[in-house]
Design a protein around this ligand. Structure first.
Ligand SMILES: Cc1cc2nc3c(=O)[nH]c(=O)nc-3n(C[C@H](O)[C@H](O)[C@H](O)COP(=O)(O)O)c2cc1C
Length: 273
């Protein structure tokens, strides 16, 4: 069985889980190819199943993922959608809707959805212990989900009316991101290493005279500011929500009582499923 995993990632969480899924599928005997949405475009017609993976942005899929889906040829290939969010809020379930709609119209058999929670890359920083626990939980879920894909079984969820309304209203994030991205800039602590330009998933940052220049196509994935080794990138009106620096996924896992009170119930439910 040949499977293509196409993923979009801002700060690496979706990439990490896509690679784990690929490994599990290979252990089951599948031949797996991986491509990055925004940078590569792999022809899909020779695959027995496709997986499209992305981080949830404002209860929707990011714009480059929808653009990618619109460019796919019509085909009747079984397809799974994998989404990665920062919170286990059930409103996030709506993030599959637009992508599924585009692909269903093109003939793809939307077989299933998968959802994993990984550390936040905007608004606030999870403690490293939470990051470790999230990764371990996702890894064990991916084990079972790989078998669902391998057997081409169905795994979909229903989306409630409130989630549909919220997600629909927040589609404004797509045009807003273009506007917000124009406010990104770099401070004096920039060392001109060019990492921001290399990690930008859509090539929106160019280095000129040793300084990053931000283009007009930003999707506010936060990859540039998250990865900057000097925390030199200012993210316009989102600057107060900036999260900088990689998580340590090898830290000791957070205990139940370490989970912040506001989110504890939904994270505990997620961790125990
Ligand atoms: C612009 C933006 C919007 C986001 N919106 C949501 C959201 O609606 N729900 C959620 O749970 N997480 C949200 N997140 C958090 C990411 O989905 C989460 O951190 C994810 O693990 C990032 O994956 P990545 O590292 O592959 O980019 C948002 C992140 C960004 C940058």
């Amino acid at each position: 069985m040949r499977i293509l995993i196409s993923y979009f990632t801002g700060t690496g969480n979706t990439e990490r889980l896509s690679l784990l899924l690929a490994k599990r599928l290979e252990e089951l005997g599948c031949a797996v190819d991986i491509s990055k949405i925004g940078k590569d475009f792999t022809p899909v017609l020779s695959y027995d199943a496709l997986v499209i993976a992305y981080p949830v942005h404002a209860f929707n899929s990011p714009r480059p993922v929808l653009d990618f889906a619109r460019k796919l040829p019509d085909a009747q290939i079984p397809l799974y959608i994998m989404q990665v969010s920062g919170e286990p809020l059930s409103l996030n379930k709506s993030a599959v809707l637009s992508l599924a709609r585009i692909l269903r119209r093109k003939g793809y058999g939307i077989k299933g959805y998968f959802w994993y929670v990984m550390p936040y890359n905007i608004i606030f920083r999870h403690p490293d212990g939470m990051a470790s626990r999230m990764l371990r939980t996702a890894d064990s879920r991916i084990n079972g989900d790989a078998r669902i894909i391998f057997s081409l079984s169905e795994h979909r969820w229903k989306v409630g009316i409130i989630a549909r309304i919220v997600s629909s209203a927040l589609k404004v994030e797509h045009p807003a991101a273009l506007f917000i991205g124009r406010g990104f800039s770099v401070g004096d602590s920039c060392i001109g290493c060019g990492l921001c330009a290399r990690v930008c998933p859509i090539g929106n940052i160019k280095m000129e005279k040793g300084r990053p220049v931000f283009g007009n196509d930003c999707t506010i994935c936060m990859g540039c500011s998250f990865n900057c080794p000097e925390d030199a990138i200012r993210t316009g009106i989102l600057n107060g929500w900036r999260v900088n620096g990689p998580y340590d996924f090898t830290a000791d896992e957070a205990a139940d009582e370490d989970i912040c009170r506001y989110c504890r119930r939904s994270y505990l439910e997620y961790f125990s499923k």
